[in-house]
Design a protein around this ligand. Structure first.
Ligand code: SF4
Length: 371
């Protein structure tokens, strides 16, 4: 039987095939800006409850991970507020690795309070539709502790971006029944493939036959009609094609990278029709060294004429100001810079339209499920 991480359980309960080992891991949980902010938030939350979080630690964590403190602090403050609202204090354990030899994971934080065991997980973004099974995995791994308590266990996911909490109260019997359902899935001779939004983050997304068939059907809907007249399609088909195209973009990225690696490793490939697939060095974008160019630009243009030609990077300028500040004053210098720039009307923020799937249910709703 595979070794299963608790974080894989939400997908496993949707598609039993998602934990089958593959020859090439799709590396679905790639490095990205949102992921880095989440990593920094986890580190700072842990330091907060450890009692070791200082401005300098926060600065070092964010600089080391390459994110802006302004993006991370709201998440840290949300975790603090949620824990306070639940009446919990300092956790008994944080990010302990627990395993029964087959299932393993590390709950973000654990408490024993008023005869109940609490297990919490911080989420800074949503990779799966719900995390009940991930939490139940943790509960199973902590069942020996939970058995000794009268109040069972409270499991919760804290959504740090909107400050909401998804909470479940489970008993030892409920945990055992859940484990039996997991064992049932794992014992199935032939587990069915079930496609859905969870596929985007599945390690098998690049080689999954069900996914290929779904993509084929989506492409068949598009057909040869390149005029893209979606008004001809019903809403359900449009939504389905949109989801599949997103998936296709993920698969395309993985294929592009794999093909590039292949050509890099084994050399150019003859396409057989007079073309060769090769890695060709191309000149990048021309760049101007601002400092060296400044005297020449100033000779020709006034400040008003020059300003629209220049772009000031928000992170770069904040980092430069923080670096110049006295020790442990970097964060304050950033805040002051931002306040001063806003005061002179130098900061504007536009809005962009983004096509994305949003949950139908009220985001502020709290789930309470008795198991
Ligand atoms: S890509 Fe989707 S259908 Fe295929 S194994 Fe993964 S979760 Fe299952």
């Amino acid at each position: 039987m595979n070794n299963i991480r608790c974080s894989q359980l939400p997908r496993l309960f949707r598609c039993g095939q998602s934990v089958i080992e593959t020859v090439v891991d799709c590396d679905a949980e790639q490095d990205n800006a949102a992921g880095r902010v989440g990593t920094a938030a986890h580190e700072m939350i842990r330091a907060h409850f450890d009692g070791t979080l200082t401005g300098e630690i926060a600065q070092n964590v964010c600089a080391g991970i390459g994110v802006r403190q302004a993006e991370v602090w709201p998440l840290v403050n949300a975790a603090k507020a949620i824990v306070a609202e639940m009446g919990l204090g300092t956790p008994d354990a944080m990010e302990d690795e627990v395993t029964d030899g087959i299932l393993s994971g590390h709950p973000d934080a654990e408490w024993t309070a008023a005869g109940t065991y609490w297990i919490g997980d911080w989420k800074s973004s949503r990779l799966d539709p719900d995390y009940f099974h991930q939490l139940m995995g943790y509960a199973w791994l902590r069942r020996d502790r939970i058995r000794t308590l009268q109040g069972g266990c409270v499991l919760f996911v804290a959504w740090l971006r909107d400050g909401t909490v998804e909470r479940y109260h489970v008993t030892v019997e409920g945990i055992d029944a859940w484990k039996a359902s997991l064992d049932g899935i794992m014992a199935m001779q032939s587990r069915p493939y079930v496609t859905g939004s969870h596929c985007s983050f599945c390690q098998r997304c690049h080689d999954c036959p069900a996914q290929r068939e779904d993509l084929r059907q989506a492409l068949a809907v598009i057909g040869d009609d390149v005029t893209i007249d979606v008004s001809k399609l019903d809403g359900a088909t449009v939504a389905k094609v949109h989801r599949k195209l997103k998936m296709l973009a993920t698969v395309k990225d993985h294929w592009d990278e794999a093909i590039k690696n292949r050509v890099r490793t084994t050399g150019p490939i003859d396409c057989g029709d007079g073309f060769t697939l090769a890695i060709v060095p191309e000149k990048g974008r021309r760049e101007i060294d601002t400092l060296k160019a400044w005297p020449e630009l100033a000779k020709r243009l006034t400040d008003e004429e020059l300003a629209p030609c220049l772009k000031v990077g928000v992170s770069a300028i904040q980092d430069a100001v923080a670096k110049k500040a006295p020790p442990r004053k970097g964060a304050e210098a950033r805040r002051q810079l931002w306040a001063d720039l806003e005061a002179v009307g130098a900061v504007t923020q536009g809005t962009a339209e983004k096509l994305k799937e949003v949950r139908n249910q009220n985001l502020t709703e709290k789930k309470e499920i008795q198991q």
